[in-house]
Design a protein around this ligand. Structure first.
Ligand SMILES: Cc1ncc(COP(=O)(O)O)c(C=O)c1O
Length: 284
């Protein structure tokens, strides 16, 4: 476990560098800034490749030779929740999947297919403090070859009963809260809540798609809804929405609004009514 997905990504790229000798990090322009940060810390050049209209990495834009590269694919991009083509796994010396947002969908029979191909990765990062309902500083990094990875990122010392694994030295019992959640709700209970979040997003997207004054960005399939009034009056519209109902997102230089579906108990009637009301106010 790591205290967030930035550290999970750093840990994975560290293992990639030291186990496979990767010399560059390749990721899409929609990848999270922590990937660039990790490349910088590790002294690896960062190569950015383009995305398609839906913000997925464009495989045609990948460098031809990835034999000494760590390819980072994102499952649930930060702005729009898009999932990169995971079938690109295996094309590089090491493939890491930053599944900070979409990773927990693996627990749902209904939505697992969004992550199809994830099992081919060398490493996967998942934030528990996003889709697993944990307080902040809770994430996981998983490795295909755990023994080799631990060997690469562990340091022992005479004063330690067991070597430190990963970036952190002393730390608290990081898994306790996640364990308590899993014991209390079980895998089915967690999956049911994830599915409620996804159902909420689908409801919101259906409402926006049917609304004559709203436009929706293509759905990334992971519970992130990006929308705006059409024609664009996003700033005025946002000011009319209840605070924290939506965050702002700048996509291709344009202002959009973003609702991340991470609360299974969200009152969708109220949310939809508030958006509808702001729409009527802004258009008058
Ligand atoms: C795709 C993705 N990766 C990594 C991170 C970084 O996670 P953290 O803030 O837990 O370090 C984020 C945060 O939003 C993210 O969206």
């Amino acid at each position: 476990m790591t205290p967030g997905s930035s550290v999970a990504n750093l840990t994975a790229l560290w293992a990639a560098r030291d186990l496979r000798g990767v010399k560059t990090v390749v990721a899409s322009s929609a990848s999270h800034l922590s990937v660039r940060k990790a490349a910088r810390i590790l002294g690896l050049p960062y190569v950015e490749v383009g995305v398609d209209r839906g913000h997925r990495l464009d495989p045609a834009a990948l460098p031809h030779d990835l034999s000494d590269a760590c390819l980072v694919l994102t499952a649930g991009t930060t702005s729009v929740g898009a999932v990169d083509p995971l079938e690109c796994c295996g094309r590089a010396a090491w493939t890491h999947i930053d599944a900070a947002w979409a990773g927990p969908l693996a627990l749902s029979d209904q939505y697992r297919s969004v992550l199809s191909g994830v099992d081919q990765a060398d490493s996967v990062a998942v934030s528990a403090h996003k889709g697993l309902f944990q307080p902040k500083e809770s994430a996981l990094v998983m490795f295909r070859d755990i023994e080799a990875a631990h060997g690469a990122i562990s340091f022992g010392g005479a004063y330690l009963a067991a070597p430190n694994i990963g970036v952190q030295g002393s730390h608290g019992a990081a898994a306790t809260l996640l364990l308590a959640t899993l014991l209390a709700w079980g895998r089915e209970g967690v999956a049911a809540r994830i599915e409620r979040c996804m159902d909420n997003a689908r409801r919101l997207q259906a409402f926006i798609a049917a609304h004559p004054d709203l436009e929706c960005f293509p759905d990334g399939g992971t519970g992130v809804t990006i929308f705006r009034p059409a024609p664009d009056r996003t700033d005025a519209f946002r000011a009319d929405l209840p605070q924290s109902l939506a965050s702002s997102a700048t996509i291709g230089g344009d202002a959009w609004l973003r609702c991340v579906s991470a609360n299974p108990n969200a009152d969708m009637e109220r949310i939809i009514a508030a958006i509808d009301k702001a729409c009527r106010r802004t258009s008058t």
